[in-house]
Ligand binder design. Sequence first.
Ligand code: AVJ
Length: 333
Amino acid sequence: MEFLDITTALAPAEATSPTPVDADMVKDVVSGLSATQKFLPSRWFYDDEGSRLFQKIMIMPSYYPSRVEHEILVRRAQDLVRWIAPSSGEVDLIELGCGDGTKTVSLCTALHDAGVPLAFHAIDVSAHALAELSTRFKHELPQVAVHALRGDYFQRWPSVYALRKQVAMFLGSNIGNLPIAQAIGLLKRIRSRLKRGDLLLLGVDLQKDPRAVLAAYNDVEGVTAQFNLNLLSRLNRELGMNFDLTAFRHYACYSPIDGAARSFLVSTVEQTVRSTQLARTFHFRAGETIYTEQSQKYTFDTVEELAASGGFTVCDHITDAREWYSISVLGAH
Ligand code: AVJ
């Protein structure tokens, strides 16, 4: 199964109004829905409605990752500060996929309070999220220089003075959405922008009671189901497809053997779906699935293997008390 690298497909920094057909989306849909095991890459979840639904997911009791990560950023801020700024000197903090800044404002505040001279470079694809981030920092931390950058992580990566320490951040366990080869590829690309002694703070969800993991992707409220099904609504809107949303169901599973939570959309009946834009039809057997998302859960050992393959060494795993989640401190060596 093949997924495209999320980082190659981020939208350029232009206007969003009437959505033109996205060539990458067409490619993914044609190849994904023609495969023996149908699949659609999870990066297409995040249109405006998808982002809104993900925000709803993040406040559900069963969806622990965002809450636990946030708790680590607040409660263990001092440990993070010690890694980020062990000596004197200025720091460029570069966050890939910063969202609206709720995740990082507390960490930036802790750094500022510790007297660390700081520039925060916040990169995201969503103009809306970046606007919220700018407002948030203006109100809560006007003393810190914030550069809100919209678009591809590597196109927008700031040029920085060689003498300043760079600390990249990739949080939210977003790395877990990538198949292992792409996860390694992304780490290598990040590593290539860093010099010896720079850091990457990587948010990873850890393996735990499989019932807790499954509950996070199989919520009783049905929000994750809506989030998953929104992918089909989006294709209906943007590619002129005619998916019948009542004929597909969300299915999530978690296997402790490989630590992968996976989501699918199940076709409940035999059906054919058309796209006017693609001039194509796609046939579904009753019970056939579309694989839409992988959310990898790690152990300290698998984080270390991943880090090593990407050209990093693990300095520390900063976790919550239950060790449900880690912000792993990866050193560029
Ligand atoms: C934002 C990719 C980390 O995989 O847990 C939440 C997305 N999918 N519920 C995750 C998601 C279903 C989330 N990430």
